[in-house]
Design a protein around this ligand. Sequence first.
Ligand SMILES: Nc1ncnc2c1ncn2[C@@H]1O[C@H](COP(=O)(O)OP(=O)(O)OP(=O)(O)O)[C@@H](O)[C@H]1O
Ligand SMILES: [Cu+]
Length: 854
Amino acid sequence: MFSTAGLTTQEAREILRREGPNVLPQEHARGPVRIVLDAVREPMLQLLLAAGIIYLVLGDLAEALILLGFAVLNVVMVVVQENRTERALAALKDLTAPRATVIRDGHRQPVPAASLVAGDVILVEEGSRVPADALLLDATHLEADESLLTGESVPVVKAVTAELPADARPGGDHTPNLWSGTLVVRGSGIARVTATGSRTEIGRIGASLGEVESAPTPLQVQTRRLVTVFAALGVGASVVLAVVYGLLHGAWLDGILAGITLAMATLPEEFPLVLTVFLVIGAWRMAQSKVLSRRASAIEALGAATVLCTDKTGTLTMNRMRVARLVADGQSLAVDGVADLPEAFHRLVEFAILASRPDPFDPMERAFTDLGQTFLARTEHIHGDWTLAHGYPLAPDMLAMSQVWHDADPDSPSYIVAAKGAPEAIADLCHLSPPAIERIRRDVAGLAAEGLRVLAVAEAGWTGPWPGNQHDFAFRFVGLTGLADPLRPEVPAAVAACRASGIRVVMITGDHSGTARAIARQAGIDARHVLTGDDLAALDDAALRDRLAETSVFARIMPEQKLRLVQGFTAAGEVVAMTGDGVNDAPSLKAAHIGVAMGGRGTDVAREAAALVLLDDNFVSLVTAVRLGRRIDDNLRKAFAYILAVHVPIAGMSLIPVVAGWSLLLGPIHVVFLEMIIDPVSSIVFEAEPEEAGIMERPPRRPDAPLFDLALLARGLSQGLVVLLAALGVFQLGIADSHTEETARAMAFTTLVLGNLGLVLTNRSSSAGVLTVLRRPNAALALVVGVTLPALVLALFAPWLRGLFAFAPLSLAHLAEAAGAALVSVAVNDLTGLVWRKGSRHERKSGCGKPRAS
Ligand SMILES: Nc1ncnc2c1ncn2[C@@H]1O[C@H](COP(=O)(O)OP(=O)(O)OP(=O)(O)O)[C@@H](O)[C@H]1O
Ligand SMILES: [Cu+]
């Protein structure tokens, strides 16, 4: 026999110190120099520098220095922002870091794959990525996909060999070597680590595991388009402005300054910034709710999800199996509360345990062992001294597994075979008569109707060499077991919330249709129609389409069939989330809009294919993610409406005076004040806005609807126009009143700043007015106000700054007029907001949302 004792934690720690962590050299993250260089490439910075230089040429040193100071501040802010983003990304990466199961100090335990060292004993099983180069100590039907190293996609069989190959290379059947980075596609094994990190084969050849793909999401594409349009308009207008001004007044440097001011005022650089901030912080928020997002596109799609396909065991239920009912010898027993197990059921439990792996991990098999411990410990039915001689694993076309045992007598030539599995499969193995099959079918239906998972058990004897197939044993039927797996208590409420919000919950399970139906009913999923895998195989695409419209429970589905279901739903225009945990689930996870893998139960393969990972394997977390996705959607729209709105008065105030032939109202410094103080902080205000009331009581965003539609554009522009009119009005008032440009400018600027703060308030909620929103705390908003108002006061009243801003000292009356105008703009925008909201509520009531089948 081999030794699987493994290292102690102490030994592992020492070797780790000597050898270093088990990671491949990574492509380097962007260093600080790179980040600063990238920041310097920002157009905003270049405009600031250009304006600063012009002031220098004009001999206005103070103005130039202030702008250069803002330029430095801009770089610092970009660097801080980037740094925060990269840190959030790194934290998420830590969560997704690969893990490995290792035997240390004699126990099986999960560790980060990076902490593996040579000498560790690791366990690998179907679906895991081999975490280091290793030599097999034991293998059961182990097959690996080594295409990463060999390019050959056919899996190779792994086996323990008596002697070690002299020069081991990846590829080829029946070798005992496991290679880091390759995939176990079948079976399980125990292996001793031989090399880690860059000493592994993959490290030596410098291949890399595919990075998470990051193609631009629809939202990013839309944003990019928006930015391009605005940038083109802004740059065009700025150039025209500079030229016209130069020609009219002959003052070319002033003209260029006016152009630069307008360009700064219209630069749409906040859109991509806001999108990045929202998606990264959104991913971080999801992680707080136990959902890891591996692709930005998933966060976006969540807000539009219309169908959630979930598996049953472990996601809707707790995956805590307990034997609830036994059927044998024509008798049926409810196990709960019995003091003693009647003799008639002893053999059933005995063979259920023999058909389970020794030291089982599977919750069903543990339930059998536990039952045996409770009732049979002191009987002759527990065979601790028997040795496992051979095994036949579960296969997609044969939902049963058998184990062949050698009893304690070493000279005995005969073996005992135990099988358990789906009742249909076991009945098939037992070659039963039709009446016997009918009787079993009735028993199974009874157990399944109670929501129990039913496994049948059979036995056989054997002498001679192992047959290739379980069918060659002469099995006798022993009985049925019914396993209870309680529903997670919070599931029915989550399913109901989905229903209220126009999202359909669909169960796709490998279990029996009766069990599926019963559990679906408990969960509140529509169980009137159940489609089985066999039914599905018989349907053509058109027929399937009709059935998908009415069916929400799919039973005895093979993983390969999930892909067809995803494609069917997608073809019907649904936005599909699909959970999966096995090797064969990868294609359907990739095909779904939102592939969802399990953090606890799932395989590495599924996790790598998925866009979301539920860290607690819980369906409810998926619903929480949908909710968060909707909130992010909402807040993104608010932020975009705000950004649109805020640029209208700034751009208008830089453009109109020039066109109207007045002297320049705003210079670069005023624009910088508005852009750099209000804009960036505001994105954080909107990101932090709590969800709207009734967020789960409205239909999903239509998948074909752009996030930025005409209504949003119109809303943003009209709000901005109101503030622009207020500021222009105040300017005229100031001129009429005092006949000095400096007074009028100071007044108009005050209105602009306050009006922009008002725009933040107006856009904070799409369902409530300003007065309601004011009562809702938002720390980021306090920060914006806390920074902006003192800065405004300084600009108005500190003599040196006042000079730079070209302001005259304001009287209290002038100040009140400016503030009053801003207040009026807020009130007008709030009132029009009321009309907007009425309109959209009406639209919702009259069912303009997506028509739903159910
Ligand atoms: N360890 C096992 N021993 C015997 N039979 C098993 C075992 N595990 C599963 N089966 C049989 O295979 C069927 C499908 O199991 P599988 O685990 O694939 O279901 P699943 O798709 O994971 O179900 P769910 O959607 O509920 O999670 C089970 O209903 C059972 O009959
Ligand atoms: Cu801007």
